[in-house]
Write a protein that binds this ligand. Sequence first.
Ligand SMILES: [Zn+2]
Ligand SMILES: [Zn+2]
Length: 184
Amino acid sequence: MPTNTTGRLAYLADERDVEIREYPVPDPEPGALVTEVVRANVCGSELHIWNGEHPLLDRMVLGHEALCRVSDLGDGVETDYDGEPIEEGDLVAPTYFVACGKCAACGRGEFRSCENDLSHWVKHPDEFPHFHGTFATHYYIHPEQHFYKVPANIPEASPPPRTARSRRCSSDSKKWVSPTARPS
Ligand SMILES: [Zn+2]
Ligand SMILES: [Zn+2]
């Protein structure tokens, strides 16, 4: 359902200079999901990015590991990437990278090495869908971005899943174990 609301996010405008910005919460494209961030980790990478020490990442919406609640399902989204039925209100653990499905790495099933893995995270927040990072009230999961339903027996107060781990696991969905089953 359309939200007609705004949300806030933490944008790293410069080294150690974080701005809280407000944007309209978008409607999801077909295949995408809009979520509310329940909890987010501060990963070690975040500290390097914030300090201006990361070789690739700066001037971006911070945050990439989180536990999220689905607030709006795009057309065609019926299951997570493990085939579990998904509906609004479910808790999910998204990977922070996309697997485009078109590059050589994706063709080999090595989704963690997708050549377009960070293409959404690095966008400026003025660009749709604004909520590119998880230090925010909302987070947008793209059509080609893997996510997994959090089992009902995992308490919401658990530490957010370490999606860096999911980066390794999601390369082989048959061996997939939800990262939330092993909170960090
Ligand atoms: Zn991380
Ligand atoms: Zn790819």
